[in-house]
Design a protein around this ligand. Structure first.
Ligand code: TXA
Ligand code: MG
Length: 328
């Protein structure tokens, strides 16, 4: 199936209509969001949703995010829309914040992995918004990569994972570059389940203190055995997180062993090897570039990627989480 490049100004209707038709007839479509590309199906069609798990090779105990146009559309899927949800959606939607809320019966178990809650988010990307409108459907969509592999931030990354199997809408490079923040509002205390595009501080500025799930990780809630999906977002190369003052020694050891080694630095200059990349020292900029760079290093068959450890500050939590998982 083809890749359709969309002009973000005009949003040509033809590919959008074709994608909407594919979704209505139970098929899958890859779509750009501002975080990463998603692999979408009609969230209300259990058979269509099963195709997502099959295509990704993803275990069915890991629930999916349902993408909606706006807060009104989200309310069709949840049995409770607390005031906190209203305040957060007012501020952060459309955008990279996912809210977990008690689900209505119309949301199939295939979407929620049997949980009685559903994760909803209104994406900000104009192509995602246009497809939601054109299809008139809520769209279940995990990141459009094979299970545990790197998330895609370009249409080419999606094509690399799924070859010709898929209709891919190309909306350019993703602006945020890491996945959305997942916040659970279904319990007594709002709880951060996954760090991402919106920082904990930004959320707390709107609703006050929130709890942090210790693992703040993929699907803890739904997983029978916590930690099972610790390896995630991983390049094929081995990735090591190394403090700034140990970079040189670490690099020497790797070189002595003859391993094809790349280095990601963000503070320590000068660059320590020809294969070093100077990453942005600002976390949002770093996040935007991270997956694309890891994809590019995999394409060049690096065996080891040494990454200068980013600061342990809240602003860096999303990046740090993805890098840590990539080391597993
Ligand atoms: O930015 C994103 O969130 C991207 C784009 C495509 O929107 N999507 C994405 O989906 O990263 P996925 O499936 O890779 O991650 C979904 C996350 C997982 O951590 C999952 O466990 C959590 O959301 N999740 C989904 N439903 C949940 C629920 N009912 N309760 C708790 N966590 C849930
Ligand atoms: Mg994913």
């Amino acid at each position: 199936m083809p890749i359709f490049k969309l002009d973000l100004g005009t949003l040509t209707p033809e590919p959008l209509n074709r994608a909407a038709e594919t979704l209505r007839s139970g098929g899958l479509v890859a779509l750009p969001t501002e975080t990463v590309y998603g692999l979408a199906a009609n969230a209300l069609d259990a058979t269509a949703v099963q195709k997502i798990y099959a295509a990704k090779g993803r275990p069915s105990f890991n629930p999916l995010i349902v993408h909606v146009e706006n807060a009104e559309a989200a309310q069709q899927l949840v049995s409770d829309w607390p005031e906190l949800a209203q305040r957060l959606s007012d501020v952060f939607w459309p955008g990279p914040l996912t809210l977990v809320l008690p689900k209505r019966k119309i949301v199939p178990d295939e979407v929620t992995a049997g949980l009685d809650s559903v994760a909803v988010r209104a994406p900000a990307h104009p192509v995602a918004q246009a497809l939601l409108r054109a299809s008139g459907l809520p769209l279940a969509a995990p990141s459009a990569n094979r299970f545990t592999e790197l998330s895609p931030t370009t249409a080419a990354h999606v094509a690399k994972a799924f070859g010709d199997e898929l209709l891919i809408l190309d909306g350019g490079e993703c602006r945020v570059g890491i996945e959305s923040t997942v916040l659970d509002l279904s319990g007594d205390v709002p709880t951060l389940l996954r760090h991402g595009g919106i920082s904990r501080r930004e959320i707390e500025a709107v609703i006050g203190p929130i709890a942090l799930n210790e693992k703040a990780s993929e699907g803890e809630a739904a997983r029978p055995s916590p930690g099972m999906v610790e390896r995630h977002y991983s390049p094929r190369a081995e990735l090591q997180l190394v403090p700034s003052d140990e970079l040189t020694a670490c690099l020497r050891t790797a070189m002595a062993r003859g391993r094809k080694t790349a280095l990601l630095q963000h503070t320590a200059e000068p660059l320590l090897t020809r294969e070093a990349t100077l990453m942005p020292a600002e976390p949002a900029e770093y996040a935007r570039k991270l997956y694309a760079l890891l994809h590019a290093l995999d394409d060049r068959f690096f065996e080891l990627i040494i990454v200068e450890s980013p600061p342990q500050t809240p602003e860096w939590a999303g990046v740090l989480d993805r890098l840590t998982r990539a080391t597993k």
